[in-house]
Design a protein around this ligand. Structure first.
Ligand SMILES: Cc1ncc(COP(=O)(O)O)c(C=O)c1O
Length: 395
């Protein structure tokens, strides 16, 4: 039978990147004691107040059809939140509420690009971005994010990759997997390029509330001169430890939202009113869990660095936000994939190979910061001893 070409474009982009994670899960199911530092699930449960709000809404009959833009209460709550946080008026007609950032980004890209277009995106990148772009038929153009710039995208690296076909500059701040947070001056320089070449800016800000103590988050939405070309997406998945609720949104120009609406209606026919009610409550108040997560994740990144930075040539990149730390294992001579595979077999520690996040992390590992401190330190110690063994340096 024949299938649409999108199935080929996406074929290698889904599960293949997570092979080590699935292998770790299989070993665990077979009884092995594995320290799992692969995926980034929040380390606390969804706040009880939100669970109660969702179940009360469900019990009160909020189970009917919704609409393609989002329930009025959550749209109003998001408009108010963005107006306060971004310091300029964000109207109700500038919000689209959908099931999660992932779905939102799918629809946003579908609204903006198609075959023949090019999308500029930082490399390394979150593992699903390649598929998100590929589904549209547009071409992904990686922009190297360099460790010497703290993995923050630099305008000069973007400028040399702009062509007449470029339509979108896709940003992710705070960034997964590097934990980089773009500075106001980075965004200003990138914004100048976007204006000069009439590009859209998509900004995935799902880790906004997980910025580490002392670090300031800046959004492209903060720049009024970019208002007609910025679409920012986020969700309650990370900020409220609620990824299973699939509750996200985007904020963009009113005309953009109007253009995206039929797509959202066609894809979803609306999302769940009882979850929208819970999300409205969530985004109206400061998150009760994000500050604690940010503190713990920052502390664990520090613990990892203290345990293994410099051991057997390993280098730890300190994140400024998010749920992950990066380790440069190139001194061992192995790729991230080979290091991660042998680490899992010999030390029962599961980490993601950097290669799953783009060519820019060849020879790196990504560690999730969501395991308790003692398990994190234990895992870091095993990684150090594995590297030392590989180099023949074991004591
Ligand atoms: C950078 C980034 N964007 C989007 C997502 C998906 O978010 P959501 O659960 O809101 O779909 C993730 C999840 O890990 C992520 O790391």
């Amino acid at each position: 039978m024949k299938y649409a070409s999108v199935t080929d474009r996406l074929a290698d982009l889904g599960g293949a990147k997570w092979a080590i994670h699935y292998r770790a899960r299989a070993l665990k199911a077979a009884g092995a004691e594995i320290i799992e530092l692969t995926i980034g699930e929040p380390d606390v449960p969804t706040p009880e107040k939100l669970l109660q709000a969702a179940s009360a809404a469900m019990m009160s009959g909020r189970t009917g059809y919704s609409n393609g833009r989002g329930e009025p209460a959550v749209v109003a709550a998001l408009a108010a939140r963005y107006t306060t946080r971004r310091g300029r008026e964000i109207g109700l007609d500038q919000i689209m509420y959908l099931p999660g950032t992932q779905t939102t980004l799918y629809a946003v890209l579908r609204t903006l690009v198609e075959a023949g277009d090019e999308v500029l995106i930082g490399d390394p990148m979150y593992a699903t971005y390649e598929g998100l772009i590929a589904q549209t038929g547009a071409r992904m153009v990686p922009v190297p994010l360099r460790p010497e710039h703290g993995f923050r995208m630099q305008a000069e690296d973007v400028a040399t990759r702009i062509t007449p076909r470029t339509r979108v500059l896709f940003l992710n701040t705070p960034h997964n997997p590097t934990g980089a947070v773009l500075r106001a001056e980075d965004i200003k320089a990138l914004g100048e390029l976007a204006k000069a070449h009439d590009l859209w800016i998509i900004s995935d800000e799902v880790y906004e509330d997980l910025v580490f103590p002392g670090v300031t988050f800046t959004s492209p939405l903060d720049f009024p001169d970019l208002a007609d070309r910025v679409v920012a997406a986020s969700s309650i998945s990370k900020s409220h430890a609620a990824p299973g609720f699939r509750s996200g949104w985007c904020v963009g120009p009113a005309e953009f939202c109007q253009k995206m609406l039929p797509l959202s209606e066609t894809m979803l026919f609306g999302s769940q009113p009882f979850i929208a009610d819970m999300a409205a409550l969530a985004v109206s108040e400061p998150s009760p869990v994000s500050g604690g997560m940010a503190e713990r994740f920052a502390r664990r990144a520090g613990l990892i660095a203290r345990t293994l930075d410099g051991v057997a040539g390993l280098r730890v990149h300190q994140p400024q936000a998010g749920m992950f730390a990066l380790i440069d294992v190139r001194a061992t001579g192995l790729s991230g994939e080979d290091f991660a595979a042998s680490l899992l077999e010999r030390q029962q520690v599961a980490v993601m190979p950097g290669e799953s996040f783009g060519a820019g992390l060849h020879g790196w590992l990504r560690l999730s910061l969501t395991q308790p401190d003692d398990r994190t330190v234990e895992a870091a110690g095993r990684i150090a001893s594995h590297a030392a063994t590989l180099l023949g340096n074991a004591a």
